[in-house]
Design a binder for this molecule. Structure first.
Ligand SMILES: CC(C)(COP(=O)(O)OP(=O)(O)OC[C@H]1O[C@@H](n2cnc3c(N)ncnc32)[C@H](O)[C@@H]1OP(=O)(O)O)[C@@H](O)C(=O)NCCC(=O)NCCS
Length: 146
């Protein structure tokens, strides 16, 4: 555990967290791109990749997955279980990684909710990646204000 506030606790996971992360991801991204357990094992086995899970009153509620290469950190994914959304947990996860320094991420042009969260957390648009997602949609690249 790395901290506790309002019943919220943070915990870092390595490859052993893959089943939990895959389940939370599937629940959050309903009908979206599937990241299965094997994908998480592979990601978490890579250098610089970290998973931080937030729990509420002991229930795992969401996580953020980041990869740091040299002085840049990418948010690979962010997910909060629908039951725990709109309670400030997504924002806490994003804010918890801000001390890492230079951060960037891709978010779908159609993901209004996530875009709003990143705007509110101080990220700014840096560009667009055309056809970035499997369904051919574009991604907005956002960077943290340093
Ligand atoms: C995006 C996601 C992680 C947000 O998590 P969350 O815990 O619900 O977010 P928070 O409660 O911390 O909300 C933070 C801000 O995001 C925005 N937001 C969150 N949910 C919203 C909604 N349903 N409608 C509009 N804005 C919303 C608001 O600006 C909110 O701040 P406010 O409550 O002060 O208005 C969550 O909706 C999710 O898992 N979605 C599916 C997966 C996904 O899209 N991940 C992001 C990939 S880049």
């Amino acid at each position: 555990m790395t901290g506790s506030k309002n019943g919220q606790t943070f915990q870092r996971f390595g490859v052993e967290g893959a089943p939990l992360l895959a389940a939370l991801h599937a629940d959050a991204f309903q009908g979206g791109e599937i990241w299965d357990e094997a994908s998480f094992v592979s990601l978490l086995g890579g250098a610089g990749t970290e998973a931080l899970v937030i729990s509420l009153d002991g229930h795992p509620a969401g996580f953020i997955l980041t990869r740091t290469v040299l002085d840049e950190t990418e948010i690979l994914t962010l997910a909060v279980h629908p039951r725990f959304q709109r309670m400030g947990l997504g924002r806490r996860l994003v804010e918890s990684i801000l001390p890492k320094g230079k951060i960037f991420l891709e978010v779908s042009v159609s993901n209004r909710v996530a875009k709003k969260l990143y705007d509110a957390s101080g990220f700014v648009q840096a560009g667009v990646r055309r056809g970035y997602y499997q369904d051919g949609s574009d991604a907005i690249v956002m960077i943290s204000r340093i």
